[in-house]
Structure formats: C-alpha cells, structure tokens
Design a protein around this ligand. Structure first.
Ligand code: NAD
Ligand code: UDP
Length: 308
C-alpha cells in the first residue's frame, strides 16, 4: 500500500512509519518538525519505500502519486507543547485535518485521524466510553487542543457522511515509549530524565490524579488493526491499567534506583482528575488489547534511553 502519514517525524508517527515500512508498504511522511525530530526518521531516509517531505499540513498538500491511505497524526500532543503553540494546534486540527481529508478524497484513499482521550476533557464519567460526550473547557489552556481534536473528529465524520470517505477515528489515550523528547513535558519523559539525573521528580498537585499508560508497540498494533477495519465511529485505544501519578513517579524512582525525592508542584489548570479507557469496543470489534504491563514498558523505555 502507498500511505501518506502526517506527523511522521513525531513520537507515535515515527514508530508507525517503521511498522508500516517493515510490513512492505510505501510511506510518504509529511512533517513540519514543530514538535517532531528528523532523527526519529533518519534511519529510514535511504529506504526506497520511504520519502520525507518537510511541509506544514495547514497549507495545501500536493502529492503526485496514488494513495491507499492517509493517516493524519500531525499535531502537538504534549500539554507543554500545545500550550506553547496554541494557534498552530488549533490550525493543524482544523485546517490541517481539512487538507488531509481533501487529499484522501482526491486520491480515493482511506483516512485515519489520530484523535485523543482529551475529547473527554476532565471526565465526569469513568472509565470513558466512546458514547460519553465529554467535559471540556473551550477557553481554558487545554481547550486549544481539545477543541481542535473535537473539530477534527466532526469534520472527519462529515467527510464520511457527505463524501462517503472511508474514515477511522482513533481516540488515543496516554502512550509512552522510546523517542519521546526529554523536553516534551509529559509525565513519563519528565520523571525518567529527573530520576536519571537524581533530581526531584515534579509531581503536580497531590499526585492522586490518574492516567492509564499504553506502551507504544501496543498502540501501533491497535492503530494498524483500526486502519484495516471497517469501523467508522470513534474507538478508544489505550491501556486500561489505571495508576495515580504519584505511583508512576515512585515506580520510576524504584526502576532507575534513583536517589531522587518527590517534589510537589501546583496542579496545572483543568488537569483531568481521572482518565481510563473503556476498551470493550476495541476488544470486541478489533480483537485488540494491550499486552505490555506498565513496569515492562517503563523498563524498555529506560533501556532505550540509556542506549541513546
Ligand atoms: P509528537 O509531538 O511527537 O508528534 C506530532 C508530530 O506532528 C510532530 O512530528 C510535529 O512536528 C508534527 N506536526 C505538528 N503540526 C504539524 C503541521 N502543521 N504540519 C506538519 N506536521 C506537524 O506527538 P505524538 O505523541 O507522537 O502524537 C501524535 C498524534 O497522536 C497527535 O495527533 C496526538 O494528538 C495524538 N495523540 C497522542 C497521544 C500520546 O499519548 N502520545 C495521546 C493522544 C493522542
Ligand atoms: N505531571 C506531573 N509532573 C510532570 C508532568 C506531568 O505530575 O512533570 C502530571 C500532569 O499534571 C498530569 C499527568 O502527570 O496529571 C499526565 O500528564 P501528561 O503531561 O503526561 O499528559 P496528560 O495526560 O495530562 O495529557
């Protein structure tokens, strides 16, 4: 298959490039490197099945070959990043998604949107099922990301209904693993770099807020199954093993053998208090569920970090 992947130089995107190339597909990776890194894909650049085009997908996308799939992952994803780039985030979710859908329509290609658990905001229903509409503060600091993804879902569904495009919407929950930037600001890369430097781990709030972390390899498997499926409604992808942020910090201190202590810092505005996917739909329809337990995934992430 010939696949256009936006955001392919980012964390999830670059792993997806590797996976799709290994399966014998051709991948065109479009990325403006706003939060991604060329080093994530340099190992692919001599591969005849891989092409990198530095391009901002909020401007017109011109592809000179036939496509089977458009996978739209381009978007800042870490709270630190989207708070730093609020307008770029809103533009990539709206204009960028419109352009990516336009390419899919022109090429008669299937389309997959990387959406997010943030569409549920600070959820009042727990765990989150796909039929929950969410609790989002549009004008809060996270609103730029949440609303851009909610718009992206809406326009994707409109292209499905109006233009009969075969579209998929993955609601991705917290994912981690090798290639997350040290400065990306999310909990796992922050805690790992702090622990390895024997510096205090910065737990925001009291650390009782929860998240459910999915290892990258599991996520890639889920995205691939969704891509090949005929599911057009949104579907949660994530690991339902829920932990508190304080537990996560303690696990990372223990796995690294670090001398670090825990330092409590103020909880950012609108930080969701709980998050856990209900993956019944993914289990039943895609026959997918994650395999890698948190401790195992953290060890793999640490091994890679020490190698790098
Ligand atoms: P990332 O920041 O590592 O990757 C995003 C990539 O998109 C980067 O390479 C960036 O340069 C690129 N990009 C951003 N704006 C662009 C634009 N206008 N034009 C071209 N490229 C652009 O983030 P990630 O964690 O790999 O996330 C990938 C996707 O998955 C995002 O859409 C994100 O919303 C979604 N997602 C990720 C998680 C997670 O836990 N990692 C959770 C939910 C959803
Ligand atoms: N967090 C923290 N310390 C950090 C970074 C994050 O306590 O150094 C908390 C953050 O407040 C949130 C959780 O960890 O409650 C997950 O944050 P992350 O940025 O990884 O992603 P989110 O799920 O909030 O999008």
């Amino acid at each position: 298959m010939n696949i256009l992947l936006t955001g392919g130089a980012g964390f999830i995107g670059s792993h997806l490039c590797d996976f799709l190339i290994a399966k014998g597909n051709k991948v065109i990776c479009l990325d403006n490197l706003i939060t991604g890194k060329r080093e994530n894909i340099t190992h692919l650049e001599n591969n005849p099945n891989f092409r990198f085009i530095r391009h901002d997908v909020t401007t017109h996308i011109d592809i000179d070959e036939a496509l089977d799939y458009v996978l739209h992952l381009a978007s800042p994803a870490s709270p630190v990043d989207y708070i730093k780039y609020p307008i770029q985030t809103l533009k990539v979710g709206s204009l960028g998604t419109h352009n990516a859908l336009g390419v899919a329509k022109a090429k008669n290609a299937k389309f997959l949107l990387a959406s997010t658990s943030e569409v549920y905001g600070d959820p009042l229903v727990h765990p989150q099922r796909e039929d929950y509409y969410g609790n989002v503060n549009a004008v809060g600091p996270r609103g730029v990301y949440d609303e851009s993804k909610r718009f992206a879902e809406a326009i994707t569904m409109a292209y499905h209904k109006v233009h009969k495009l075969d579209t998929k919407i993955a609601r991705i929950f917290n994912t981690y693993g090798p290639r997350m930037r040290q400065s990306d600001g999310r909990a796992i890369p922050n805690f790992i770099s702090q622990a390895l430097a024997n510096e205090p781990l910065t737990v925001y709030g009291s650390g009782t807020q929860t998240r459910s972390f999915c290892y990258i390899e599991d996520m890639i498997g889920g995205l691939y199954k969704l891509m090949l499926s005929d599911v057009n409604d949104p579907i949660n992808l994530g690991n339902p093993a829920e932990v508190t942020i304080l537990y996560l910090a303690e696990q990372i201190i223990s796995l690294t053998g670090s001398k670090s202590e825990i330092k409590f810092e103020p909880l950012p505005e609108d930080d969701p208090k709980v998050r856990c996917p209900d993956i019944t739909k993914a289990k039943n329809i895609l026959k997918w569920q994650p395999d890698v337990p948190l401790k195992e995934g953290l060890k793999l992430t640490l091994q890679d970090k020490k190698r790098g």
